[in-house]
Design a protein around this ligand. Structure first.
Ligand SMILES: *Cc1c(COP(=O)(O)O)cnc(C)c1O
Length: 354
């Protein structure tokens, strides 16, 4: 089986080694040390400051998005939500559910988010911005510097869901003034699903999170931060995933974050350079290194997805709704090389009779 999906992704052999071990009891100083090491390395890779907080949640990425909205905002806020696909729309839905006032910046399918679309909201009293920096449903990578500048200028809190982008595209929490950064185990970290992390700036912690009483037990960031000081969580964490995470972060640290990012860029660009002769085309907006959306002019995208799955045990990522006929997304996250690209391109050519 080969996965070109967007979570779970192709995992590394080293992770399977961890996954076969007994899950230990976790209310111990030894486990606390593992959590604290994960926190230190995640902050290092995200460009976070020492005093920033890390929260480890046992849930999928959406749970972390919800914890961030609930813990950082309330009915008095006015948020700007970049709604350029299903994940952006999820932030809008979370604001609805939790009665946080917001305005959505809709990004029409196939178009790049423009500076004008964001800056027309300048000076209008917005208190925070929510964005999925790689909108995984389209693969668009938004201009983080432009969004960071807008937030800084307007004194807004800057919340970035980097669930598919973290470790695939460069990011720097401190330099870009990010107040909450969200990621999940099953994307670039290439671990099993079930662990999500929220990193919080000292600013948002002190001004918003600290002492807040959101109507939730599990997703209350405060209890996680209190317990996190000693490397613990208020409730049973995804213990095995924390060990998988420690191992992965150590590996990236030993081999160098810049090499990891360079590899991701190389694999994504290599794939895109091989499309000639397939009849498949790319969108014109900027793309994340995590994913390549492919346009099928003959409307047979979903059939190709099914053929690859059935006949070759190769999984690409289908799109939902109307786009299912014309778009397939090829994920580059996880254990991928240029050789995998060659194999997939050959399969596309074969299945499409090119
Ligand atoms: C995968 C992903 C999520 C989380 O989805 P879950 O199914 O809840 O893990 C959120 N945002 C983005 C941008 C994603 O790629």
């Amino acid at each position: 089986m080969k996965l070109f999906t967007l979570g779970p992704v192709e995992m590394y052999d080293r992770t399977f080694e961890i996954a076969k071990q007994q899950v230990p009891y976790f209310r111990t100083p030894e486990f606390s040390a593992v959590v604290l090491e994960c926190e230190r390395l995640l902050k290092k890779f995200a460009g976070a400051a020492d005093e920033d907080k890390a929260v480890f949640l046992t849930c999928s990425g959406t749970g972390a998005m919800e914890a961030a909205v609930l813990g950082c905002f309330n009915e008095q806020d006015k948020l700007l939500v970049i709604d350029g696909g299903s994940f952006g729309h999820r932030f809008a839905e979370l604001c609805e559910i939790h009665s946080v006032p917001y305005e959505a910046v809709k990004v029409p399918y196939g178009k790049a988010l423009t500076r004008e679309q964001v800056w027309e909201h300048d000076g209008k009293g917005f208190t925070g911005l929510l964005v999925n920096i790689d909108e995984t449903s389209t693969g668009q990578l938004y201009d983080i510097e432009m969004l960071a500048e807008f937030c800084r200028k307007n004194g807004m809190f800057f919340v970035v869901d980097a669930i598919s982008s973290f470790l695939a595209d460069p990011i720097d929490m401190t330099a870009q003034g990010i107040d909450a950064l969200i990621f999940s185990s099953q994307k670039s970290l290439a671990l099993a699903p079930g662990l999500s992390v929220v990193l919080l700036s000292r600013r948002i912690y002190e001004q918003r999170v600290k002492g807040s009483k959101p109507k939730t037990m599990y997703l209350d960031l405060n209890s996680h931060i209190e317990n996190g000081r000693r490397g613990q969580t208020p409730f049973t964490p995804a213990v095995r995933l924390i060990y998988e995470l420690q191992d992965m972060l150590r590996y990236i640290d030993e081999t160098g974050l810049e090499n990891k990012l360079a590899h991701m860029k190389q694999v994504a660009e290599d794939f895109r350079s091989r499309l000639e002769g397939t009849g498949l085309t790319l969108p014109e907006y900027p793309l994340s290194n995590a994913v390549t959306p492919l346009y099928f002019p003959d409307g047979n995208a979903y059939e190709v997805y099914e053929t690859l799955k059935r006949d070759y045990d190769v999984f690409v990522t289908p799109n939902g709704g109307e786009l299912s006929k014309t778009v397939i997304r090829v994920g580059h996250l996880g254990n991928h090389t240029v050789e995998d690209n060659k194999m997939l391109i050959e399969l596309f050519k074969k299945v499409l009779n090119k």
